[in-house]
Design a protein around this ligand. Sequence first.
Ligand SMILES: Cc1cc2nc3c(=O)[nH]c(=O)nc-3n(C[C@H](O)[C@H](O)[C@H](O)COP(=O)(O)O)c2cc1C
Ligand SMILES: Nc1ncnc2c1ncn2[C@@H]1O[C@H](COP(=O)(O)OP(=O)(O)O)[C@@H](O)[C@H]1O
Length: 310
Amino acid sequence: MKREIEFSKPLSKTVITIGTFDGVHIGHRKIIKRIVESAENSALESAVLTFFPHPRMVLQKEVGIELINTIEERKQILENTGIDHLIIHPFTRAFSRLTAQEYIEEVLVKKLQAKKVIIGYDHRFGRNRNADIEDLKKYGEKYGFEVEEISKQDVDEVAVSSTKIRKALQEGDVEKANTYLGSNFLLTGIIVKGKGLGKDLGFPTANLKIEEAYKLIPKTGVYVVKALINNEEFFGMMNIGYNPTVGGSEKTIETYFFNLDKNLYGKKLQIEMLKRIREEKKFSGVEELIEAMKEDQAFSEKYIHQFKTQ
Ligand SMILES: Cc1cc2nc3c(=O)[nH]c(=O)nc-3n(C[C@H](O)[C@H](O)[C@H](O)COP(=O)(O)O)c2cc1C
Ligand SMILES: Nc1ncnc2c1ncn2[C@@H]1O[C@H](COP(=O)(O)OP(=O)(O)O)[C@@H](O)[C@H]1O
């Protein structure tokens, strides 16, 4: 990617797509591939226009809105798709009140110098989402950009949506979510101190603290995960939950990494979730908990073996 564009800086002529892109799933990836290919076959540069915060965070002041990706993760994933430019436009109330015409003129034409827009058949834009793709085509004639529509059939064929992925994650089905995403679901955060009990149990766990309150955390339970630690791949088992056996009260996200013996405090980690193993349980004592964790490890090792050889 050339660089992230400050919104006020002019670009050269672009082929663009526009959207919230929460999760950057296989449907999104298909559209992005089309702009990248279109740019390669022309003198245009590929650009993705996305918005943050999520319109629903701003307009409905939705409390408890949960997103598949933090904005940092979305940026990271989009940067790796091969696009030339990523524009993260602040979605403010003032921005939402621009009319369709103002938005087209200010953003698409003046700032992004759009020559081609590739967009889904049901895309809506402008104040109150009043304008649709037919309007976009008319503006295209007026301002000199081409509109390539992605048909309902093409969209339905992929049969994926950010909503379906959120639901799968809330049910703990990370495998389904990962299939829809076309990559593994991520949790990004800093390793912080926990209760200090893990080492005594024989399973030290790295406790992940995620800053972004809007990040969707999958259903409580035990999962197989992997992470890059100092550029080396480690697998592990993660527990998302309240540690009822040892009388915990706060929700924690903690991982025991296999074949690792390192101090991870203060480290920033990005953990990929692979497979749910079981529910979190309240055991009658730590001996039973340790037995369960040994079984979790055996299950994980089998799974990882298959994962590596598939
Ligand atoms: C793979 C795995 C499975 C776990 N399963 C449970 C569980 O079912 N019930 C429970 O109360 N705690 C469970 N725990 C959490 C332990 O209680 C926790 O690791 C321990 O209290 C250490 O916490 P600390 O890191 O804050 O010291 C699990 C932890 C791991 C890593
Ligand atoms: N294999 C490992 N997996 C996870 N953490 C490990 C591992 N080996 C060492 N550690 C370190 O041990 C810490 C966890 O120890 P633990 O006794 O569970 O204390 P805490 O409750 O403070 O997390 C981790 O944060 C990390 O720094």
